[in-house]
Write a protein that binds this ligand. Structure first.
Ligand code: ADP
Ligand code: MG
Length: 283
């Protein structure tokens, strides 16, 4: 139907061809592949319909503001922004390697060393963001993308839709947001939150990745266990896993945000830096 065809802004159509292929759908946006006409280079374009975010203009402003600011090897980078009456188009690096979990499932072998390398990349991105005063607030596998399909592809943090640029180091955030399951306890308690929420989410990613089976069948049980503050590593899932990995998870999933490790401290954790004990196949 002619009327279903989106009317892309002239500036966008002049510079890029929007491909039919949809790369992903999130809670607020559809992401499509596009090609820059002058170079033939492929990018991703995130299309946010204004009616979907009606009344939440400050969210969009903040996403654009942050994307304009960030530049790091583990963060998706911005190329262009276009706007029409009914939508905003954000052109970024194309990530062709898929989301975090999809990729792990397809791997033939997968060791603790590989897992530690992925956690290290997330933490490096977070050290950068936190040092810039940015709290991401929606760290989860759907927002962690591999740059290419290669085994050793970089993992990139994306989606600054819920992110917040802190006005100063003491600013306390109070708007509850995030994705159920990944959200830190202080967000649910409404006691004020900040950078430590991203660290909690990294801990949840580690646990959920290991307990995919339990997650499928007993998701609420798993969430309750994570939320209660001290995580029990049941032998059925964790028997083969090194004590160093479990120790880092405990540091990340520390109930009190003031006691929780920072991204910088976690990056220096023995499980991240040492090569010992990490060759068990987790696949
Ligand atoms: P939302 O704010 O709606 O969650 P996202 O920015 O997370 O939107 O994008 C939704 C999905 O689109 C992502 O989970 C991912 O699968 C895909 N996606 C987003 N950005 C890219 C990109 N740069 N390259 C490839 N796929 C992407
Ligand atoms: Mg998203």
């Amino acid at each position: 139907h002619e009327e279903d065809k989106p009317k892309y802004p002239a500036g966008l159509s002049a510079k890029y061809t929007i491909e039919d292929k949809t790369l992903g759908v999130g809670s607020f946006a559809v992401v499509k592949e596009c090609t820059e006409i002058s170079t033939g280079k492929k990018y991703a374009v995130k299309i946010i319909l204004k009616k979907v975010i009606a009344g939440k203009q400050q969210m969009l402003d903040s996403e654009l503001d942050i994307l304009t600011k960030v530049r790091h090897s583990h963060i998706v980078s911005l190329h262009d922004i276009f706007e029409s009456d009914d939508a905003v188009y954000i052109v970024t690096d194309l990530c062709t390697g898929g989301e975090l979990f999809q990729r792990i499932v397809e791997r033939g072998t997968y060791t603790e060393a590989t897992a530690a390398d992925l956690v290290r990349q997330m933490l490096e991105g977070l050290v950068y963001l936190h040092s810039e005063g940015i709290v991401h607030r929606d760290i989860k596998p759907e927002n962690l993308l591999f740059k290419t399909p290669e085994e050793d592809a970089d993992l990139l943090i994306t989606d600054f839709g819920l992110s917040k640029l802190l006005k100063n180091n003491n600013e306390i955030l109070t708007t509850a947001c995030g994705t159920p399951g990944y959200v830190a306890p202080e967000v649910l308690l409404g006691s004020g939150h900040g950078k430590p929420v991203d660290i909690w989410s990294v801990g949840v990613i580690m646990v959920r990745e290991r307990e995919r089976e339990r997650e499928r069948n007993y998701q609420n049980e798993l969430f309750d266990c994570i939320m209660k503050g001290r995580y029990d590593f049941e032998d059925e899932y964790w028997g083969d896993i090194s004590p160093e990995a479990k120790n880092l998870i405990n540091r990340l999933l520390t109930y009190d945000p003031k006691e929780r490790v920072t991204a910088e401290e976690a990056l220096m954790d023995v499980w991240i830096v040492s090569d010992e004990n990490k060759d068990i196949d987790l696949a």
